[in-house]
Design a protein around this ligand. Structure first.
Ligand SMILES: Nc1ncnc2c1ncn2[C@@H]1O[C@H](COP(=O)(O)OP(=O)(O)OP(=O)(O)O)[C@@H](O)[C@H]1O
Length: 451
């Protein structure tokens, strides 16, 4: 469905020059705006069904990007229909995507990744301030211009926080790329700004190490890894990354959205140069963290498990992994961030040397829609089994810390039950008690323990 003849004039204004590339929804052309006499990028929707999801994505992308004006967001100039197809006219980014940059280099030096982090986070923060969640942060959607400046593009599956209905997500489906999908989204919850920050963390991790933090051999398996497996610290992949950079990066990958810094905070931190710090960021005490063994690498998971395997990501799953393994600051409570000191307090130090050449990373898949496995299903054992080793025993204390109200309600119920039983025992010898109706405990059990 490509344009066969170049030099086509779209909407009497945009002259198509040469194709740049093609994504799932459209083909992007280098074109000239004949009215303003400037080069532009023109995305032409594939197919001609203006009622299709692609059309909705196109409209959404136009509407979304039109709200934004930021040096690190690809500007959108125009949107319309021509020859039964929608088109979107954008700022032409003369350069390449970070996916291409990564493919060429294998992995990028910390200095470059820090610059990318600061710029992308700044672009993201501007979207978040407008109430827009991008939802598809990945290397292919980050473009680098001739000066190496990064621009965030492709708002085709973005979501307006004030208009959830605008998101192109069918109930029970998750839109995005599994390699970069935040745990809360893998669990079927709505994306928020923190979900973008998590995705950015995945991208930065991949740029530094040449591999994404989580990857199984199926998309669903990857989702489970996001939910309950701790990322391997980048340094353990043989990459020389300043300690402050590494621990901050792991903070972006916190399982709980509230434990991640905001996009503007990320931009400020990287801009400050704090990432060069040679000491890890101060963290709250989690004794097991420093010496914890490496979690199971997020690599080819074990074969599918048999019946009875719990395949549905439960909301309890994430905290279980959250409290395990390496990056201790992940367990920091939210105020840790809002007060601002910890992530930024590491003094700038000498930059680590750039890593040498390494094997090429695996190509990133394109945006995909996933359906969550049905509750109680058992077909997704592969990723789940790979994820399982990340769980650690001894979660009661952490549960109390994270869910104090639930914990105190449980404790109250138990105390009530114990008192009731003690009372029964105390007065049990009295025969008058035989006519007393059974007392029902909060747990729904009678005093003699029968339902
Ligand atoms: N404004 C732009 N300037 C220059 N190149 C662009 C621009 N927008 C997109 N491209 C390039 O055009 C190609 C296709 O982009 P497009 O956004 O359609 O798809 P994608 O992001 O690669 O995949 P998908 O949309 O399926 O996730 C990519 O190589 C991208 O880098």
């Amino acid at each position: 469905m490509g344009i066969e003849v170049a030099q086509v004039l779209v909407a009497d204004r945009y002259r198509l020059e040469s194709p740049i590339g093609r994504g799932a929804m459209g083909e992007v052309w280098r074109a000239t705006d004949e009215v303003l006499g400037r080069p532009v990028a023109l995305k032409l929707m594939l197919g001609d069904d203006s009622r299709s999801e692609a059309a909705a994505r196109f409209r959404l992308e136009g509407r979304t990007a039109a709200r934004l004006s930021h040096p690190h967001v690809v500007a959108v100039f125009d949107f319309g229909a021509w020859d039964n197809r929608f088109y979107l006219v954008m700022e032409l980014v003369e350069g390449r995507s970070l996916a291409q940059e990564l493919s060429a280099a294998g992995r990028l030096a910390p200095e470059r990744v820090a610059t990318i982090a600061a710029q992308t986070a700044a672009g993201l923060a501007s979207a978040h301030r407008q109430g827009i969640v991008h939802r598809d942060i990945k290397p292919g959607n980050l473009m680098s211009d001739a000066q190496g400046s990064v621009k965030l593009g492709d708002f085709g599956i973005a979501r307006f926080l004030d208009d959830p209905g605008a998101a192109l997500t069918t109930a029970g489906q998750i839109v995005g790329t599994s390699l970069y999908l935040a745990p809360e989204r893998a669990l079927g919850r709505q994306a928020g700004p923190a979900s973008d920050v998590y995705s950015l963390g995945c991208v930065l991790y991949q740029l530094l190490t040449g591999r994404p933090p989580f990857q199984a051999d199926t998309a669903t398996g990857t989702l489970y890894l996001h939910i309950d497996t701790e990322p391997v610290p980048p340094g353990r992949h043989g990459v020389q990354v300043p300690a402050a950079f590494e621990s901050y990066l792991l903070g972006l990958l916190a399982k709980q959205p509230e434990d991640r810094p905001g996009a503007q905070e990320v931009a400020d931190w990287f801009n400050s140069g704090a990432w060069r710090g040679s000491a890890p960021l101060p963290v709250p005490a989690t004794p097991a963290a420093a010496s914890a063994p490496l979690p199971e690498p997020a690599r080819p998971p074990a074969p599918a498990s048999g019946p009875g395997h719990r395949s549905v990501p439960s909301h309890r799953a994430a905290p279980a992994a959250h409290r395990s393994a390496a990056p201790a600051h992940r367990s920091a409570p939210a105020p840790h961030r809002s007060a601002g000191p910890s992530y930024r307090s590491a003094a700038p130090g000498p930059a680590a040397p750039a890593p040498g050449a390494l094997p090429l990373p695996e190509p990133a898949p394109s945006a995909t829609t996933y359906a969550l496995p049905p509750a109680g299903g058992r077909s997704q054992g592969r990723g789940r089994r790979a994820a399982a080793p990340a769980r650690r025993p001894g979660g009661a204390r952490e549960f109390v810390r994270r869910r104090p109200r639930v914990a105190s309600a449980i404790a109250g119920s138990v105390a009530f039950l114990v008192c009731t039983l003690l009372g029964m025992a105390w007065f049990g010898s009295d025969d008058t008690g035989r006519d007393t109706p059974a007392v029902e405990s909060p747990a729904g059990l009678t005093a003699d323990g029968t339902p």
